[in-house]
Structure formats: structure tokens, C-alpha cells
Design a protein around this ligand. Structure first.
Ligand code: NAD
Length: 264
């Protein structure tokens, strides 16, 4: 299927690893003009080399900037004034008891997980509407709907993303611009793999034993009963970015392996 994404300028935030990398890679494979973002030049260059090795003719460049600050977001906009597809993927997570999460951490989570997408949408959405085509996708999480007690600050930011995305979609009424959220379930990204390896070691388990136990006790409603591969999330996101997905707007699209039980 031709997803009609050739030559679209696509910015994927936090795309040097994990889900963001998988999305950037798929978009490059579809012929989009992809902009990688991460916090360091080295990680950005590594990601570009990896994608270019897979797709020789990939149109790909990068911008190193920390999107947890207004300056970082402004720098991206300065270097990249026009975007057709904005994927707000950059995000951080860390399990921590509620009582131990200080104000500074709440603010940091809010800055990286919510304000990066707010700032970049504010910079790019108006021009998308003027050109009458564009895509904004927020990478939220199943944790937006089922707040994990072990990281309430994370869940809160993921719910906030759904609110921002829905509100922004309403402002696109009558245009061919769509704003949606995609809600991945537990996914074996770089960040999650590190976390799993560490906990498995602590519990004297193999990563496979940890995975089995995790889906038995921590995510018992998963129908998939395994970690999702980042490419499986990228497949969904890239379709939402496609002109073929023109009827999906203001939606919270679940790609969670069935973790969320609601049928609506
Ligand atoms: P990851 O840790 O593997 O990769 C995160 C990427 O974001 C990296 O490229 C990192 O460099 C970048 N990043 C982090 N902070 C940044 C900042 N301040 N500025 C610029 N880049 C920054 O993460 P992941 O698991 O692939 O998660 C990606 C997104 O998917 C996040 O928004 C996360 O909340 C969401 N998500 C992940 C899972 C999961 O299980 N992995 C589940 C649901 C939702």
C-alpha cells in the first residue's frame, strides 16, 4: 500500500532511540523528508547513520536539542521553519512512590512530556492550516487511561497529552489537518529494555521470566501478553500520519495489546 508520504517534511521528537526511532525509520522508508531529534549530536548522527544504512536513498537530517525547555523547542523551530508531520514522541518515565516525587520532577515531566508538544504544535499548526494539510500525532500511553500507581506523574502527563490533542483537533475543523494521539502499551524500547534488564537482575530472573511475571501481575489485562515491538507502534503511527487516514481526527488510537479494557 502506498501511504502517500513521499517528500512530506516529518519531525519526530526524541527519535534517536525506541519508538521515535522506529517511527522515523518507517517514515524514511516511505520517502518522507525526516528530521531526527535527540539531545546530543552524537546520538542524532548515530540514528541517521543507522537509518541511512537501511534505506540508502533516505532523505534524513537531524537537530540536537533538549525539548524539555522553551529554548530547545525554539531552536528546532529556528532550524526547521516548515513541518508537514509533527510526531510529539519525546517522553520520559520513571517509577517512583508518589510521596517522593518532588515539585521539580513534576515540572520536568510536564516540560518534556507535555510542553514540548504544546510548544511545537503552537509553532507549526497555524501554517499547516494555511496550507490545508498537516498531521500532528502525540505519543501518549495506555497509562493516560490507567494511571500507574507507581508513576502518577507520568500518567498525569500522558492524560494531559490526550486533552491537548483533542482540543487542537477541534481547532482544525473544516481543514485537512488532523491531530490525534496514539496510546502504546508496554513496548520494548531502549528505555524499557534497560529498565527490564535492571529489574530482572535485581529479582534474579531472566528478562523472559520478568516479562511473563510482568504481564501476570502488573498488566494482567494485556491480551498480547508480551512487550510490543517499537516497529508495531510505528506501523500505527505512520498510518495515522498518512493522507489515507484523513477520517481519523481528534482520536485517541490505542495500540496497547488490549491492556485497556474499555471498548469505547
Ligand atoms: P526511550 O527512552 O527508549 O526513547 C526516548 C527518546 O526520547 C530518546 O531518543 C531520547 O533521547 C529522547 N528524549 C528524552 N528526553 C528528551 C528531551 N528532553 N529532548 C529531546 N529528546 C528527548 O523511550 P520510548 O519508550 O521509546 O518512549 C517514547 C514515547 O512513547 C514516550 O513519550 C513514552 O511516554 C511513550 N510510551 C512508551 C511506552 C513503552 O512502554 N516504551 C508505552 C507507552 C508510551
Amino acid at each position: 500500500m502506498d501511504l502517500q508520504l513521499k517528500d512530506k517534511v516529518a519531525l519526530v521528537t526524541g527519535s534517536t532511540a525506541g519508538i521515535g526511532f522506529a517511527i522515523a525509520s518507517r517514515l524514511a522508508g516511505e520517502g518522507s523528508d525526516v528530521v531526527i531529534n535527540g539531545r546530543t549530536d552524537e546520538r542524532v548522527s548515530n540514528a541517521i547513520s543507522q537509518i541511512t544504512r537501511e534505506f540508502n536513498d533516505a532523505k534524513i537530517r537531524g537537530i540536537a536539542a533538549d525539548l524539555g525547555s522553551a529554548e530547545g523547542c525554539n531552536e528546532v523551530v529556528r532550524q526547521l521553519p516548515r513541518v508537514d508531520i509533527l510526531v510529539n514522541n519525546a517522553g520520559i518515565f520513571e517509577p517512583k512512590p508518589f510521596e517522593q516525587i518532588q515539585d521539580a520532577e513534576w515540572e520536568k515531566f510536564f516540560a518534556v512530556n507535555v510542553m514540548s508538544g504544546v510548544r511545537l504544535s503552537r509553532a507549526y499548526l497555524l501554517e499547516m492550516k494555511k496550507r490545508n494539510w498537516g498531521r500532528v500525532v502525540f505519543i501518549s500511553s495506555e497509562s493516560a487511561l490507567q494511571i500507574p500507581a507507581e508513576m502518577i506523574h507520568y500518567g498525569t502527563t500522558k492524560t494531559a497529552q490526550l486533552a491537548v490533542a483533542r482540543g487542537l483537533a477541534e481547532t482544525c475543523t473544516g481543514t485537512q489537518v488532523t491531530v490525534n494521539s496514539v496510546l502504546p502499551g508496554p513496548t520494548a524500547s531502549e528505555g524499557v529494555k534497560e529498565f527490564v534488564d535492571q529489574l530482572a537482575k535485581q529479582n534474579q530472573q531472566t528478562p523472559h521470566e520478568f516479562e511473563k511475571e510482568f504481564f501476570r501481575s502488573a498488566r494482567p489485562t494485556s491480551i498480547l501478553k508480551r512487550f510490543i515491538d517499537p516497529d508495531e507502534i510505528a506501523n500505527v503511527v505512520v498510518f495515522v500520519c498518512s493522507p489515507l487516514a484523513s477520517a481519523i481526527n481528534g482520536a485517541a488510537v490505542r495500540a496497547d495489546g488490549g491492556v485497556v479494557r474499555s471498548i469505547a
